[in-house]
Design a protein around this ligand. Sequence first.
Ligand code: XMP
Length: 326
Amino acid sequence: MNNDTRPISMKHITTPNLARSFISEQIPLLRSKIGDGKVVTALSGGVDSFVVAALLSKAIGKNLTCIHVDHGLLRKNESEQVIKTFHDVMGTNLIHINATDRFLDKLEGISDPEKKRKIIGVEFSHIFEEEARKIKDAKFLGQGTIYPDVIESHGIKTHHNVGGLSEDLGLELIEPIKFLFKDEVRIVGKELGLPDAVIYRQPFPGPGLGIRCTGAITRDRLEAVRESDAILREEFMKSGLQNKVWQYFTIIPDYRSTGVHNNQRLWDWPVIIRAVNTKDAMSAEIEEIPWVILKRITKRILSEVSGVNRVLYDLSPKPCATIEWE
Ligand code: XMP
C-alpha cells in the first residue's frame, strides 16, 4: 500500500456521526502536523475547497489564509456568494482577488479549448503564487484533492487545478480529504456547517464559463452566457429540477444566425441549453425537460439576454458528445 491508497480500515462516511468522528480525528492530526506554521489554500467555491478550508480553520484558526481568485469566468454573483459563505462559516483570513481583466486580456483571440484551459490554469497559478508569497512564514498549502482525483485521470481534456503549486512555492502539501469520495465530502461539509448551496452545488469546471463561451472569448458573449446560465438555474430551482439533474448550464458558440425583431433583421448569438445526468461523468444521458419549462426558459432568455436570438436544446448523450462543449 502506498500513501495514495485509501486505508482498508477506513469506514465509508454515511452518517453525521461518522462525519463527526472524521472531523474530530482530523483536527488533532492537522494541528500536530502544522504546529505554529501558516497554511494557504485556494477557495474556489466548490464543496471540496470549502471543506478543506473549514477543517483547517477549525484546526488552526488565524494561521490559515484562504485565497479566492475571481477569474471573471464565474457564474452570476458566485464570487459574492463565496465571500459571504466564508464569512458566515469561518470568518478568518480571506484574500479576494478580482483578476477578470488579467484573465480576459490573456485569453483575447485564443480559440483553441486546450490553450484556453492552459492559459486559465497558468494565470490562476501565477496569481495564487503572487498572493501566497505575500504571506510571511507560509509553510503549507491546503488542497481539496479527493479520492477520485487521486485514482482517476481520463486524459481527454486537461483539468485545471492547483497541483504543482506546492513545489513552485516551496510549500508542503496538506490534503485532509484525499481519501474521501464526493458523497462523504458532502456529509462532512454538512457537519462543518456549510450551507446546502455549497454542499450540493453542481460540478463547475475550473476554467468556468470560459469553456462555455466557445472559441475566442468576447466580453459580450461571456455576459450573455452568464445571464442565460443564471436564468436557467433560477428556472430549474423554481421547478425542482435542480435536484433531479446532475449538471445543467448554457453555452454560447462563436457563430451567429439571422433573426428578426420589430421588422428588423438581427444577426445574433444562439444559446444552447445542456442538462445531463451521470454517475461518474464518464458517460451521461440527457435529461428530458418538460416542454413547458423549456419554453419558459426560452422566452426569458430571448427577452432578458441581449445579443441572443435563438435557444437550442442539446440532445446528445456522452459519448459521442462530451458534457462540456469544449
Ligand atoms: P466532459 O466535458 O469531459 O466533462 O464530458 C466531464 C466533467 O468534467 C468537467 N470538466 C472540467 N472540470 N476543469 C474542470 O475542473 C476542466 O477543464 C473541465 N472540463 C470538463 C465537466 O464540467 C463535467 O462535469
